[in-house]
Design a protein around this ligand. Sequence first.
Ligand SMILES: CC(C)(COP(=O)(O)OP(=O)(O)OC[C@H]1O[C@@H](n2cnc3c(N)ncnc32)[C@H](O)[C@@H]1OP(=O)(O)O)[C@@H](O)C(=O)NCCC(=O)NCCS
Length: 169
Amino acid sequence: MEPFPWRIELGEHPGVVLRTLELGDWIVEYDLSRVPDVPLWTMYPADLDEERAKMRADLNLQLAATGMGIRYVIDERGTALGTAGIGRGRHGFEVFYALKPEARGRGLVTGAVGALVSWLNANGERDIWLSTLDGNAASENVARRAGFERVDAGTHVDGRPLTNWRRRG
Ligand SMILES: CC(C)(COP(=O)(O)OP(=O)(O)OC[C@H]1O[C@@H](n2cnc3c(N)ncnc32)[C@H](O)[C@@H]1OP(=O)(O)O)[C@@H](O)C(=O)NCCC(=O)NCCS
C-alpha cells in the first residue's frame, strides 16, 4: 500500500478537499466534540478542551505515519466543515465521519466516503467496513448511498447495539 494521500479533491464538490488533520486543526476536534449528536454516535469524546483536542490531532499524525489510519478535515475553501477518515479494523479498513450541522444535507460525507473507498480499492483493499450505532438513521443513509450493505449486528464498547456494513470492491 502507498502512504496515505495528504490531500484528496472531492471531484463532485468543487472547492472541497479532504486534507490531513494536523495540530493546527485542533479547533475542528474541539467544535465537533460540542455538537450533541457527534459524541452520541461516534468515538468523539464530549466537550474536548484545547489540550485534549491537540492531543487527538497529534495522535492522528502518529497513526498516519504507521499506516494504521488517518483522519482528514473536510475543508471548503479554508473552512473546516467536519472530518472523515479510515482506520484498520479486524477485517480490513473502516471509514468514519462527522459533519458540523451547517454542512449537512449536501452530500459531502457521501462524497468523502466515496473518495476514501476509491483510494483504498486502488491500493488493493477490496472490502471496506463501516459500523453504525442502531438508531443513527442519518449515518445509515450515508452507508446505503455510498454502496454499503448490512452484514451483521454487533455491540459497541459501551454495550449499545450496532450494525456492521461492508462495501465490496
Ligand atoms: C452522519 C452525517 C455525517 C450525515 O450527514 P449528511 O449531510 O446527511 O450526509 P451527506 O453529506 O452524505 O449528505 C446527504 C444529504 O445531502 C443530500 N444531498 C444533496 N446533494 C447530494 C449529493 N450530491 N450526493 C448525495 N447526497 C446529497 C442527500 O439527499 C441527503 O439529505 P437527506 O438526508 O435530507 O436526504 C451527519 O448526520 C453527522 O455528522 N452525524 C453525527 C456524527 C455521526 O453520526 N457520524 C457517523 C457515525 S457512524
